[in-house]
Design a protein around this ligand. Structure first.
Ligand SMILES: Nc1ncnc2c1ncn2[C@@H]1O[C@H](COP(=O)(O)OP(=O)(O)OP(=O)(O)O)[C@@H](O)[C@H]1O
Length: 361
């Protein structure tokens, strides 16, 4: 495997307060490959912001090592107390290659769109003409050329975030850190910004670190996911692994919010057919990944086992080119027939979770 562009190893960040110490990040290691869109998901307070601020040493860790693009930014061994830290001048240059965008955009309100983007080029060696061209190119890239002379107060949230993205890209970064950048935006604008980030990832080869409390955002563009809780990464994997086979309860919760299956179970649960479930019936959730979807499984249940399947809700997502499906179904038949049908589903790599009924199975 190629060398990771970001290698965080055994990172711990503790904040000493008067009476207690808060460990915001607890011995976390994470390696991000060049070209990844790496989603870090967790509830507020999980330690996501603190962890990503370590990447460019906006937050110095208490211990652990930070290597970006092969350069050691920081290394502190808590046992030996040996410490290496990159020199400030060098850090300043390298930080230019790590862009950041935030939930509240952080624009200068008294400057125009052009001036906000040009601000990031203050220390660049480009001539004024080259700077002006660069800013114009960046605004074209984020589709805001027609707003060059506007002030932030004249822009929508999505447009403000586009300005912030243009500014973050001014020094041709290799990494873009997005800290809840879509959390203040409506769903449609969120999708537009996520699509922009994905296209920058593909067009420029930009590595994106996306931290968010919304699994929906991660689902749209990430190829890898880590789930954080209480300062630790509790689960990680490819987007497909995380969605298809979540192991931790918290991961399941995040996925359910992204697929709306939780709402569907509640809504369908109120329908009379589920509410007054027949004695020979069981209400189940079927989950499957990949090619299983090509097979006429539901038809087979009746043909081979004499079990009827009444589909009440279905959701199929295509994640990284692979279909991932969830169906809410009532299976009806004799207990033995249903048991056999479920075994056949499992044999075909369809996961069956009982939601209601089927005590005799
Ligand atoms: N400078 C600080 N001093 C003391 N405690 C801090 C500091 N920064 C963060 N914390 C604490 O560390 C924990 C993790 O905070 P962090 O902001 O990293 O979480 P988060 O997952 O990004 O949540 P949010 O999305 O709400 O920012 C929290 O308990 C927070 O109060």
């Amino acid at each position: 495997m190629s060398e990771p562009i970001i290698a965080l190893d055994n990172i711990t960040v503790s904040f000493k307060q008067k009476k207690r110490t808060i460990t915001a990040v607890n011995n976390v290691s994470v390696h991000i490959e060049r070209g990844d869109v790496y989603g870090i998901v967790g509830y507020s307070g999980a330690g996501k912001s603190t962890l990503v601020r370590v990447i460019n040493l906006l937050q110095e860790p208490t211990s652990g090592s930070v290597v970006v693009n092969g350069t050691t930014f920081f290394k502190h061994d808590a046992n030996t107390n040996d410490k290496i830290r990159i020199k400030n001048n060098d850090l300043r240059l390298r930080r230019q290659k790590i862009g950041m965008i935030f939930q509240h955009f952080n624009l200068l309100n008294e400057r125009t769109v052009t001036e906000n983007v040009a601000f990031a080029l203050e220390h660049s060696k480009l001539s004024s003409k080259e700077k002006a061209q660069k800013v114009a190119d960046l605004l074209a890239l984020v589709d805001l050329s027609d707003r060059a002379d506007n002030y932030p107060s004249q822009l929508s949230g999505g447009q403000k975030q586009r300005v912030a993205i243009a500014r973050a890209l001014a020094n041709d970064p290799e990494i873009l850190i997005s800290d809840e950048a879509t959390s203040a935006l409506d769903p449609k604008t969120t999708n537009q910004i996520l699509a922009l980030l994905k296209s920058l990832n593909q067009k420029l080869g930009l590595t994106v670190v996306l931290i968010t409390h919304e699994m929906q955002a991660v689902k749209e563009i990430a190829n890898k996911v880590a789930v954080m809780q209480d300062g630790e990464i509790i689960e990680r994997g490819s987007l497909l692994e995380i969605f298809a086979q979540p192991k931790e309860q918290l991961t399941r919760e995040f996925i359910e919010t992204a697929t709306n299956i939780d709402k569907a179970i509640e809504t369908v649960g109120h329908q009379p057919i589920v509410h007054n479930l027949a004695e020979n019936a069981v209400f189940v959730r079927l989950s499957y990944v990949g090619k299983t979807t090509d097979q006429p499984l539901i038809t087979r249940l009746f043909r081979d086992f004499n079990v009827t399947a009444n589909i009440l809700y279905g959701n199929i997502e295509v994640l990284q080119g692979t279909p991932v499906g969830s169906l809410l179904v009532i299976l009806q038949g004799t207990p033995q027939a249903i048991t056999n049908a479920i075994a056949a589903l499992n044999d075909n790599e369809v996961d069956v979770e009982k939601i209601k009924g089927g005590q005799s199975l």
